[in-house]
Ligand binder design. Structure first.
Ligand code: ZN
Length: 246
């Protein structure tokens, strides 16, 4: 934990959020087939798109004790419908103690898998498996991606640390309607950027997942509160555009 704490204190790639609208991003890790199909559909019905952080070794597999993972075909459909595909390493290791050579292999191997979705795909953003990071791996990854999302619970406001963006788990076991309302209200008030992350979208969801009802309700609440619903890549575009227009 100390290592993660120090890594978060060490901010070398920071963007200032200036005159940006409040933004909410819905992201899904690993990625279960249910997120890629039902999750994507729920977002699309409300005019939104999500970011799917894929660990390529799991594509089309049953997942170790978990829900079945999306196939390349399912990911291609989501991508063609405007959702973003991000990197979550190839084999989903805890990376803190990994050599940079091994980490580089994880990134390149995953990039090769994601290229099979489409030759046109551009993978810009990363999410740390298990939220596990160190200063060394953070430096390495923030140099290779536009942004890296951590598992540290918080709202990005004032500034955003692109090497370890804060995010909030959208999982039935750990969040309720009142907390979602509170987080979105704070995002509006601080003109911040709230990133939700989840896994499967199912009834009942797994310990790491969200039910379709709760996801739909969270998307609706964010929309009605006047937040822009953006993918991670879109949020970064908005933040940079506003900064450049000053
Ligand atoms: Zn993961």
């Amino acid at each position: 934990m100390a290592s993660r704490f120090l890594a978060r204190q060490s901010r070398s790639k920071v963007l200032t959020l200036r005159d940006v609208p409040p933004m909410v991003s819905f992201t899904f890790d690993d990625v279960p087939a249910s997120a890629c199909e039902l999750g994507a559909h729920i977002l699309e019905q409300q005019g939104a798109r999500g970011t799917f952080f894929v660990a390529g070794s799991g594509c089309g597999t049953a997942g170790p004790g978990g829900p079945p993972r999306a196939t390349i075909d399912q990911l291609r459909t989501a991508w063609a419908n405007g959702h973003e595909i991000g990197c979550h390493t190839y084999s989903h290791p805890a990376i803190r103690y990994m050599s940079l050579e091994e980490l580089g292999w994880e990134i390149e191997r995953n990039r090769a898998v994601l290229k099979t979705i489409s030759g046109d795909i551009v993978v810009q953003n990363f999410a740390y498996p298990y939220g596990d990071l160190s200063i060394r791996t953070k430096r390495y990854l923030e140099g290779r991606f536009e942004s890296c999302r951590s598992g540290h619970a918080g709202i990005n406001s004032g500034t955003a640390d692109l090497g370890a963006l804060d995010a909030w788990p959208l999982q039935n076991v750990s969040i309720d309607h009142a907390k979602i309302v509170e987080l979105i209200a704070e995002t509006v008030q601080t003109r911040g950027w709230l990133i939700f992350y989840s896994h499967d979208v199912a009834e009942p969801p797994s310990r790491h997942g969200v039910s379709p009802d709760l996801l739909e309700w969270a998307v609706g609440t964010a929309t009605r509160s006047g937040c822009a619903l953006t993918t991670v890549a879109e949020s970064l575009d908005v933040i940079r555009d506003r900064a450049a227009s000053k």
